[in-house]
Design a binder for this molecule. Sequence first.
Ligand SMILES: [Cu+2]
Length: 144
Amino acid sequence: MKKIVNHSLLFIVAATLLAFGTFLSLPESIRATSQDVQVIEITAKKYEYSNSPIHVKAGTKVQLKITAIDHDHGLKIGSVPDGASSSDKAGLVFTSEQECWQLKKGETTMIEFLPQMPGTYSFKCCHTCGLGHKGMKGQIIVEP
Ligand SMILES: [Cu+2]
């Protein structure tokens, strides 16, 4: 009789662990709520953006907060990954798309977007800021 009790206890424990394991193995996109936001803070200065390349996950909204430290700068980024045609489906969906975001010295500018398609998205400075302006670039890498 005692053996049967032990067996059923073991079964309950195993079933509980199995249920818990199933929950943990659900893809993150199902467990995560749509309220999740990836907040990324970087700086812009002559002639670089900090923390580039910036890694983000597809499917979760991004708030990119950029502070221009030493000078006015800019940021220009396309909505399609590098190598894609500009008429292709957008991989980054901006809350308020702009041709060139102006980054004012000493101010923090927030750029919000939903990364929908994995890939590399290069950006560059679009506000003439000095001799090294043309080389002021960065990358956002959207991971699956
Ligand atoms: Cu510049």
